[in-house]
Write a protein that binds this ligand. Structure first.
Ligand SMILES: Nc1ncnc2c1ncn2[C@@H]1O[C@H](COP(=O)(O)OP(=O)(O)OP(=O)(O)O)[C@@H](O)[C@H]1O
Ligand SMILES: [Mg+2]
Length: 322
């Protein structure tokens, strides 16, 4: 059996806000295996980015354990964490906002190398930067230019080159293609796939919608208001969704086959996403769920394996298994 590269156990991240505790992530557990792409989806504000940042300890967790390569990284001291940090990187959603406009590409991509004192001479570092630029489909001439001289897709390539600089094992890709033109999205996804193969990288791939992560991810987790609602292999989640929330998300995606599309029921999600500030007991999805029973208002369903490799948090889950 393969050991997970990452085991997140009961991760919580609360923010103190004026009116109380904003429970952005409230007890999430999942594993990510070496070399896999784990997709994380859910509506805006459900906590996807917070999960990504908390598992690489860019945010200090409120609670939980994050086992990486057999060690709980939440217990590491600052200096141990500094060393470990090289193994994790992040690629951001907005390639316009995430690159410092006053730095050249060479400085942006070379900065992590400088911080970690990887190379003795400027020449050595500069060579490594050029090598990284080539890896992502850019070249030497780009090194002395500034971010505003590049297109969105090229900027995202610069962000990827920077993320690769320290030979990480794990990369959080936080909606890396959402801000790009549709025609460019596939190129960036293909690049990420290629790099994954070449370097044996493991990804957490965050996206809004399920159709996007389906092809990229080996397994997918569906989040709602700080909690994981369902987790399964990509195809399984697509073909046999169990949780009413996943069903609703999927029903919003048009299927190219008109026969299937005609036979499918479109589930409209009623009501707004409730506030994550001081959430009440019970299932987070209850107010928008057409299958809710009284128990759903009182007891928070546990997240459990309902069939092999398929996890859900729903009191009525067993009835919905096909
Ligand atoms: N630094 C912070 N301080 C206070 N609240 C925060 C902070 N970061 C995130 N939040 C809140 O936590 C919740 C989850 O935010 P998060 O950015 O993780 O959602 P998301 O799923 O990534 O959304 P999107 O799809 O829009 O990127 C939101 O209610 C957000 O307002
Ligand atoms: Mg986000």
């Amino acid at each position: 059996m393969v050991e997970p590269l990452i085991s997140a156990r009961n991760i919580k991240k609360y923010f103190n806000v004026g009116k109380g505790k904003l429970k952005a992530v409230d007890g999430i557990s999942f594993d990510i295996y070496p070399g896999e792409t784990f997709g994380l989806v859910g509506e805006s504000g459900c906590g996807k980015s917070t999960v990504g940042r908390t598992i690489i300890r860019l945010y200090e967790p409120t609670d939980g354990e994050l086992i990486f390569d057999g060690k709980n990284i939440y217990e590491l001291s600052h200096s141990e964490m500094r060393e470990k940090r090289r193994d994790f990187q992040m690629i951001f959603q907005d390639p316009y906002a995430s690159l410092n406009p006053r730095m050249t590409v060479e400085e942006i991509v070379g900065e992590p190398l400088e911080i970690h004192h990887i190379y003795k001479s400027y020449k050595e570092r500069s060579n490594r930067v050029i090598q990284l630029l080539k890896l992502v489909g850019l070249n030497e001439e780009h090194a002395l230019r500034f971010p505003h001289e590049f297109s969105g897709g090229q900027r995202q390539r610069i962000g990827i080159a920077r993320a690769l600089a320290l030979n990480p094992k794990f990369i959080v890709c936080d909606e890396p293609i959402s801000a790009l033109d549709v025609s460019i999205q596939a190129q960036v996804v293909n690049l990420l796939k290629e790099l994954q193969k070449k370097f044996g990288l493991t990804y957490l791939f965050i996206a809004h919608d399920l159709s996007m992560v389906r092809y990229i991810s080996d397994r997918v987790g569906v989040m709602y208001l700080g909690q994981m609602m369902e987790l399964a292999k990509s195809e399984e989640l697509y073909i046999n969704p169990i949780h009413p929330y996943t069903m609703a998300l999927l029903s919003a995606i048009p299927i190219p086959d008109p026969d299937i599309q005609r036979g499918r029921k479109r589930i409209v999600l009623e009501g707004d996403v409730p506030s994550p500030i001081n959430p009440k007991e019970g299932c987070r999805f209850v107010d928008r769920c057409s299958h809710a029973i009284p128990k759903c208002n009182e007891i928070t369903p546990t997240f459990e394996e309902i069939k092999k490799d398929h996890f859900i948090a729903c009191h009525r889950g067993k009835e919905f298994v096909k």
